[in-house]
Design a protein around this ligand. Structure first.
Ligand code: FMN
Length: 182
């Protein structure tokens, strides 16, 4: 069965750099994997209130997309030395749908100091939902882009490495799961 990849672009900035990275990553995926691309700019998501938000039809749609994926690769803007609130809100809204997913991170930051920004949310995904975090992050700075395009060969290489690792890990864990009793 084909692996199912979900690519999420979490930035709400119309000129998002992390979205450019996720569009590039999408083109690198092998032809035989199923893929869905979710750009949070296309969804009018409520803020998580721990209650009525969980009945919102858009939230339910995104929960289904997350639950349906084997591997989720997320493009994240770094805000205040952490993942943006837009991504944290998505995790809060979709919660258990993340259970046992393989998750990879691609970050766009302004400078070089915030490279541990995904750790808070990575820990939460591991501890709450037993996600397997791909130990290969892509971290880009503003200087990697020019005129809205990715110009940095090193970042292109890192995206290809993330894609290779994601494909390998997803296939290896699917094979292992098939051997385990229910
Ligand atoms: C509110 C805010 C907070 C930010 N905080 C950081 C930060 O802590 N570290 C950093 O390197 N860049 C920071 N930046 C810069 C962004 O990470 C940068 O603009 C990046 O391109 C955002 O991703 P995006 O282009 O996909 O939206 C911040 C930007 C904003 C608007």
């Amino acid at each position: 069965m084909a692996s199912k990849f979900l690519i999420i672009s979490a930035s709400l900035n119309l000129n998002s750099k992390s979205r450019v990275l996720m569009q590039e990553l999408l083109t690198l995926l092998p032809a035989d994997v199923e893929r869905e691309f979710i750009d949070l700019q296309d969804y009018d998501l409520p803020m998580c209130d721990g209650g009525p938000c969980y009945t919102d039809p858009i939230v339910l749609k995104l929960q289904r997309s997350v639950a349906n994926a084997d591997c989720i690769l997320v493009g994240i803007p770094v805000y205040n030395f952490a993942c943006s609130a837009s991504f944290k809100n998505l995790v809060e809204l979709t919660g258990r749908a993340w259970e046992e997913k393989i998750v990879g991170f691609v970050c766009a930051a302004g400078g070089h100091s915030s490279y541990m920004s995904v750790m808070n949310v990575a820990n939460s995904l591991m501890l709450d939902f037993r996600c397997v975090i791909i130990p290969r992050f892509v971290y880009s700075e503003g200087s990697s882009f020019a005129e809205g395009k990715l110009k940095d060969a090193k970042i292109k290489e890192r995206l290809a490495e993330l894609k290779d690792t994601a494909v390998k890990m997803t296939s290896a864990l699917a094979k292992k799961a098939a051997l385990l009793p229910e």
